[in-house]
Design a protein. Structure first.
Length: 127
């Protein structure tokens, strides 16, 4: 067993990072079979931030597009109900239109929540 230098938790020998705080450990074998543990968190974290920055930019754009689509969908449902109620004689088609619009709103809202969760998760990991 190894001990994490950051949080003092025990780490099994076959792991290279701490399960508690996420510290990345680099193991060097010394003579006599002893292990020297060197923490490389700052380098690994910086690499991760650089790799994820472009992905988060894309996710932010995607989230904005989802919000715009959600607003357009609300407007389309309202306009569709108003126009179809005066032009369509079969009221079951209006009901189908409303159900499809509500399902679309649900999907868009779910996607927005997923992207927001990813951003919140990233903030929790950074802290």
């Amino acid at each position: 067993m190894k001990i994490c230098k950051k949080c003092n938790e025990e780490i099994e020998d076959n792991f290279d990072s701490c399960w508690s705080c996420g510290e990345v450990l680099e193991i060097h074998k010394e003579s006599g079979g002893k292990q020297n543990i060197k923490i490389k968190t700052d380098e690994k974290k910086q690499d991760l931030v650089e790799k994820l920055s472009t992905k988060y930019g894309s996710l932010s754009l995607y989230k904005s597009l989802l919000k715009i689509s959600l607003i357009i969908n609300f407007v389309a449902i309202i306009v569709g109900i108003v126009l179809s109620s005066s032009y369509i004689q079969d009221k079951s088609l209006i009901l189908v239109f409303i159900i499809v619009g509500l399902l679309n709103i649900f999907v868009l809202t779910s996607n927005i929540k997923i992207v927001s969760f990813l951003f919140d998760l990233s903030k929790r990991i950074d802290n």
